[in-house]
Design a binder for this molecule. Structure first.
Ligand code: BYC
Length: 321
């Protein structure tokens, strides 16, 4: 980071151009940047933005499925769901720790989320009215997350890449538990099959939006890819997700709600219909079905549990002295 060098006498300050060259060489050689390495301010800012957003998504992402913890249909389903939701909390914590290595303050990031000055993934602004939503989140949302996050295991910033390795292992368990739940429901009654289809209809398009705006409308992609923070473009990963998911839908016996979805014999990939980007923009602007509810609950969690943070901080101070 550049900040600690500023208070040194000019003669002792490392040459900024040389540091930049060293940074560029590290990126060009596909090696990792570590917290103590010098990095351009824009690189640091971009990482804090993406990692904070990612952490917020994991924490806010506990809510839609968390709503089913008390209503899960069996002890087994409850135990699985509880473990999954706890994993998401863990992911949030690894990611806030990664953001801290860049000089960010965790409480400040939470405040920015609650004040809507930082984003979280659009997908978590949709409701979970039936238990099939739990399965579909595992299958589609965790499936999309895996597509997006596996390449992030090779991200150029060491702490982010390392956090992603563990996160991806857990996400792949989440995706399978969702698929297994849906398989079980599809072997059940007509009403259960209809419930699964309804949930797929509601979550399919928002899952495609998770990958972010199309490449020609993605202001951050080019620089993030040049820095090796992102390894693939939003559209590339979205296409990879569609190609992976269509055969899984066929095995499950559900229809994906897109009449234009069809194999393209030239590319061997699936063509799909136009995404409604106005819906995505509305959700990002805070007008999705559950934006207010998600933020209100996160605010209440921060405020109602402030005494725990205060007590833990006081305890830690006592043991420091
Ligand atoms: N939602 O230039 P772009 C999970 C924003 S949780 C909201 O393409 P970038 C799980 C974007 O931030 C895992 N905002 O940006 C948890 C930017 O705005 P700002 C969630 C979005 O960063 C619980 C603007 O649009 N995964 O798996 O190059 C239960 C322009 O976009 C979204 C991550 O967080 C969106 N969907 O690329 C179950 C992945 N898309 O910041 C599961 C990590 C875009 O300039 N993040 N925006 O104001 C990334 O990979 C990248 O940040 C993105 C966007 C691909 C999402």
């Amino acid at each position: 980071m550049s900040a600690p060098t500023l208070d040194r006498p000019a003669a002792e300050r490392p040459d900024e151009a040389a540091l930049q060259r060293q940074f560029d060489a590290t990126i060009a050689a596909d090696r990792r940047i570590e917290p103590r390495d010098w990095m351009p301010e824009g690189y640091r800012r971009t990482l804090v933005r993406q990692i904070a957003q990612h952490a917020h998504s994991e924490i806010i992402g506990m809510q839609p499925e968390g709503d089913w913890l008390l209503a899960a249909p069996s002890m087994r389903r409850k135990a699985i769901l509880l473990a999954k939701v706890q994993d998401e909390a863990g992911h949030g914590l690894y990611l806030y720790s990664a953001a801290e290595t860049l000089g960010a303050d965790r409480a400040d990031l939470t405040d920015k989320l609650i004040e809507r000055r930082q984003k979280y993934s659009s997908i978590f602004n949709y409701p979970t009215p039936t238990y099939a939503d739990v399965g579909v989140i595992g299958w589609l949302v965790d499936g999309a997350a895996i597509c997006n996050q596996v390449p992030l295991c090779r991200s150029s910033y060491g702490p982010y890449a390392r956090a992603m390795i563990r996160v991806c292992k857990e996400e792949s368990f989440h995706q399978r538990q969702g698929y297994e739940l849906l398989m079980t429901m599809m072997r059940g009654t007509d009403a259960q099959r209809a419930m699964v289809q309804d949930a797929v209809d509601r979550w399919w398009w928002p899952s495609l939006m998770m990958f972010g705006p199309p490449d020609d409308d993605s202001p951050n992609s080019a620089q993030s890819m040049a820095w090796g923070i992102k390894r693939h473009s939003n559209d590339e990963l979205r296409q990879r997700f569609v190609d992976m998911t269509v055969p899984q839908a066929a095995v499950l016996g559900v229809t994906l709600p897109d009449q234009e979805l069809a194999p393209d014999p030239e590319t061997g990939r699936y063509r799909f219909g136009a995404i409604d980007w106005s819906e995505f923009k509305q959700v990002l602007a805070g007008h999705g079905p559950c934006n207010d509810e998600r933020i209100a609950r996160r605010r209440a969690a921060r405020d109602d549990n402030a005494w725990v943070t205060e007590a833990a901080t006081a305890y830690a101070r006592k043991h420091e002295s």
